[in-house]
Design a protein around this ligand. Sequence first.
Ligand code: GDP
Length: 361
Amino acid sequence: SLTIGIVGLPNVGKSTLFNALTKNDVLAANYPFATIEPNVGVVGVPDPRLAKLAEMFSSQRVLPATVDFVDIAGIVRGASEGEGLGNKFLANIRESDAICQVIRAFKDENVVHVDGKISPKSDIETINTELILADLQTIEKVLPRLQKEARVKKDIQPKLKAVESAKEILDAGRTLFAAGIAQGTEAAEPLHDLHLLTTKPFLYVFNVDEDELADESFKDEQRALVAPAEAIFLDAKLEADLAELDADEALELLQSVGQEEPGLATLARVGFDTLGLQTYLTAGPKEARAWTIKKGATAPEAAGVIHTDFQKGFIKAEVISYDDLVEAGSVADSRAAGKARMEGKEYVMQDGDVVEFRFNV
Ligand code: GDP
């Protein structure tokens, strides 16, 4: 499955956040015998629709979609110079499908900042610089050969152009993602085999003091720093406390600081979206479940997530939109109201589709 790598300078609260994440590990909760890697946290994507479906179908359990977070430890500054830990750090980032940078905004004098001052802007630049330098090294390795080849092979030209313009962006100190050359887009296609780090989608977690959680002008300033990437604001210490509490106590603590949901819930949802993923829903007496697919997946591809045989033998999918199902009250009533659609092989799955597949075995 796709993973999000968590990076950040020392002392910004990465471990605190990651520990809170692993306390919410849905693998540990639902699959007690699963092997859990120490640096991976598997977090449920909160979806209130599942509880409603479970009620309607008397499901025994609820299984949300999940996101895998990987704690990428290691020094950051000088990583691109390829010293020991630096290499490992970059290799771990290369294996991640998205990069989540934790940035310190909390002020605590007892916690030393590596650069002696709290500055989200310069922290972001420090990390970006390492990733940009690593990408520039990759490009400088292939560029001379590409230029040579392009002289004899005309079809190399578009790739050479793409690499040269990527180099210009990086030379100017920008990530490729920020310049719109994101992994999975057409613009990034010619660069695909270079596995450049800065084409990965980025998201930013600002580890803030409690009073900053509701400070909209402060948050807007930070959002502007990282756009087009998403910014999430949380207090890692508060998240660690929340992870220790039962649901009622956690809700009370959240309300006391004016928050609607834990920052980790927001992080899971935004992370899932940043990875280019969406869900569809199934429900029955056994379980109410959200299944993970890529945005734009067709009905047979969606069926394949449950079982490869479902995809091979796909006939059609009976689809009811969640809102229609809730309004009608049951599958039978949805059918009677003409809200159950039979969809074929070309159907592109939509958010909130509640599905039952018909297939040959
Ligand atoms: P890491 O080096 O990025 O993994 O940072 P840690 O999670 O180890 O945190 C470094 C120190 O900062 C620890 O003493 C934490 O207790 C403290 N810390 C982490 N998050 C917060 C926060 O949100 N507020 C405050 N005041 N302290 C924090």
